[in-house]
Design a protein around this ligand. Structure first.
Ligand SMILES: [Zn+2]
Length: 207
C-alpha cells in the first residue's frame, strides 16, 4: 500500500514539477518531496473561483474548523479537490448509463451543476437564503464559491453558516445519489433532528 502511494506521488511529482525528469530515482524523489511543497492538483481551479495563494489555506482549513464529523470533513475535502462523484464522472468510469442530472433530469451533471447550477439546487439555495434571513435576521448572497468552498466573509454566525452549508450540500448529494427529489422542508427536518442529537451529546459531555 505504501509502495503504491509512493509511486502515485512520484508520478504526480513528475507531472507537477518541471524540474523533475524521468531519470529521478526514488531516493531523490523522497529527498525532493521532503524539501518542497507540491500544491494539490485542483489548486488552479480553486484559485479561479477568486481565492488567492495567500487565502487558499482558509479553504483547506474550513472543514476542519467548522465540523468534527469525519463524514462531512471527507465530503468537503472531495468537493475542494473536485473528486466528489457525480453523474458525469460515474458515466466516464462506465458505472452509469448516462450523465444526465438525477435532480433536474435535463442537463449533464458535473459537480458544480449538482451543487449549484441545477435548477432544483438553485431553488433549494433560494429557500435556504430566505430561511437564513428569517432565522438569523441576516441577508446572505450565496455565490457559487460560497456554496462550493464555504463562507469566508464576515458574518454574525459564520461557523454555524458553514456547518449548515456543508450539511445542505451533503443533503443535495445524497438526494441526487438516491434519485430523489430535493425538498428544503425535508432538509430542515433532517437538520433539526441532527442538531437535537448534537445538543444531547453536548449536554451529556458537560455532566
Ligand atoms: Zn440538474
Amino acid at each position: 500500500m505504501i509502495l503504491v502511494r509512493i509511486s502515485v506521488e512520484f508520478f504526480a511529482a513528475l507531472v507537477l514539477q518541471p524540474q523533475c525528469n524521468l531519470s529521478m530515482t526514488l531516493l531523490e524523489f523522497v529527498y525532493f518531496k521532503k524539501h518542497t511543497f507540491i500544491p494539490p492538483t485542483n489548486e488552479d481551479k480553486v484559485l479561479n473561483y477568486g481565492f488567492t495563494k495567500e487565502n487558499i489555506h482558509d479553504v483547506y482549513l474550513l472543514p476542519f474548523l467548522d465540523t468534527d464529523e469525519t463524514k462531512l470533513i471527507a465530503f468537503q475535502y472531495k468537493i475542494i479537490h473536485n473528486i466528489l462523484p457525480c453523474r458525469s464522472s460515474l458515466f466516464r468510469a462506465g458505472l452509469v448509463d448516462d450523465d444526465i442530472c438525477s435532480l433536474c433530469r435535463l442537463e449533464k451533471q458535473s459537480l458544480v451543476h449538482m451543487l449549484y447550477n441545477c435548477s432544483e439546487s438553485l431553488l433549494f439555495w433560494e429557500k435556504f437564503t430566505q430561511w437564513w434571513q428569517e432565522k438569523f435576521s441576516e441577508t446572505i448572497v450565496l455565490s457559487v464559491n460560497a456554496i462550493l468552498f464555504g463562507w469566508h466573509q464576515n458574518a454574525n454566525n459564520k461557523r454555524v453558516l458553514n456547518y449548515i452549508l456543508i450539511t445542505a450540500k451533503y443533503y443535495i448529494f445524497t438526494t441526487s445519489v438516491c434519485d430523489n427529489k430535493l425538498s428544503f422542508d425535508r432538509f430542515l427536518l433532517r437538520l433539526n433532528s441532527k442538531l437535537d442529537v448534537l445538543r444531547m451529546i453536548a449536554i451529556k459531555n458537560k455532566h
